[in-house]
Design a protein around this ligand. Structure first.
Ligand SMILES: Cc1cc2nc3c(=O)[nH]c(=O)nc-3n(C[C@H](O)[C@H](O)[C@H](O)COP(=O)(O)OP(=O)(O)OC[C@H]3O[C@@H](n4cnc5c(N)ncnc54)[C@H](O)[C@@H]3O)c2cc1C
Ligand code: SF4
Length: 340
């Protein structure tokens, strides 16, 4: 690991001043420190932001949910407000990582975690995301985990988060502070597609700190939601494909509104609102769900090792919507996908 300066800020101004001087914030450290140990990232300065507070999970001023950037993933998932009113978010968080990691990992850090592409982590290989212009060996190499949607000739990596898939389905907003101001970023615009700049994961500018997230009121989806994560093993594995599905059902299983977001398939959580609109007024069932899946997967392509993800994603969308239609499995937050 390269030498670096480490400071602990006591307040927001101290953090912003350190970041303006080039420091990277460290929260739970579960991703950043790994990347530094592997030599993938080599910041010369770190500022510890854990003394800032910013760890509350509470009702927002608008009646939705407000998550502090430093709320731990576990505290968020098990919070009564999240378990009862946003069970999709609870289930998605609990499908990720391990209990120990979720106790350390923060909600802000979860958004900022970097891809798990093996070449990105292997500093002995080229990688456009790590060293712009060096090439993308994943396109013709090991690409079982990689993207089937929204990729570019420069990068086919996926975003690894589970939590972010639910946040995308639930229309979250990311709130940031920078020296001298604040800014709000709709979740849809937070992560970006790789294009010709795969080294840039998201639209956060240098020096900006995530302070909190908000979610609109979503009670109408609480009774019918499901997070389905398909992975190579049941613990400690990132999604091959994941689906956050939520339905607002009228009597007779008629769909009033639907939300569907996918993880493990693109450089950002993937949501196609046209598919949700196509479900409106339909009777919940495999035929309607399959048609929605076909809209979502329009234009999907594999790179050899990940071709299987296209039919897998279709089946996962139909399955997840079917589970949502049958009713949220557990509004207590102990979804069957939880990892021990
Ligand atoms: C073995 C293992 C398995 C895992 N499995 C999963 C999984 O299955 N699903 C899943 O979703 N995740 C998984 N994770 C990833 C884990 O969820 C992330 O590492 C974690 O959420 C990152 O949060 P953190 O607080 O530790 O971030 P840190 O490591 O502290 O920071 C990560 C990045 O975010 C930046 N950052 C942190 N806070 C802020 C802020 N407030 N504003 C601006 N920038 C900020 C840091 O500068 C850094 O660049 C796994 C991790 C490990 C190690
Ligand atoms: S897919 Fe992206 S992260 Fe992986 S090797 Fe290619 S450029 Fe690097």
């Amino acid at each position: 690991m390269n030498p670096f300066a480490f400071t602990q800020a006591r307040d927001l101004d101290g953090v912003l001043a350190a970041m303006a001087a080039g420091a990277l914030p460290v929260a739970g450290g579960t991703n950043l420190i790994d990347l530094m140990k592997e030599g993938v990232m080599a910041p010369s300065r770190l500022v510890d932001i854990n003394a800032l507070g910013l760890d509350k999970v509470e009702t927002s001023a608008e009646g939705g949910l407000r998550l502090g950037a430093l709320a731990r993933n576990a505290d968020t998932a098990y919070h009564p407000l999240v378990r009862t009113r946003y069970p999709l978010l609870s289930a998605a968080i609990l499908a990720g990582a391990s209990p120990q990691l979720r106790n350390m990992a923060t909600d802000g850090g979860n958004l900022m975690q970097r891809t798990r592409c093996v070449y990105f982590y292997d500093v002995g290989t080229p990688c456009n995301k790590r060293v712009p212009g060096s090439g993308c060996p994943a396109r013709d190499g090991l690409n079982r985990q990689h993207a089937i949607l929204g990729a570019s000739e420069h990068c086919i990596a996926t975003h690894p988060s589970d939590m972010c898939v639910a946040l995308r389905a639930l229309d979250a907003t990311v709130h940031v502070r920078l020296a001298g101001g604040t800014r709000s970023i709709p979740f849809a615009d937070f992560h970006r597609l790789p294009g010709d700049r795969p080294d840039i994961d998201n639209t956060l500018e240098a020096g900006e700190l995530i302070t909190h997230l908000t979610l609109p009121e979503a009670d109408r989806f609480a009774d019918h939601s499901a997070y389905l994560k398909v992975r190579d093993r049941l613990s400690y594995a990132f999604a091959l494909v994941s689906v956050a599905a939520a339905l607002d059902l009228a009597p007779g299983r008629r769909i009033r509104a639907a939300r569907i977001a996918l993880g493990g398939v693109a450089h950002k959580p993937w949501r196609v609102e046209e598919a949700e609109h196509a479900l409106a007024d339909k009777v919940a069932g495999d035929e309607a769900f399959g048609a929605a899946a076909d809209i979502i997967l329009r234009g999907a392509r594999g790179y050899g090792g990940n071709d299987f993800k296209i039919p897998l994603a279709r089946n996962a969308i139909v399955q997840a919507l079917g589970r949502a239609a049958r009713g949220t499995a557990d509004r207590g937050g102990m979804e069957s996908g939880e990892q021990e």
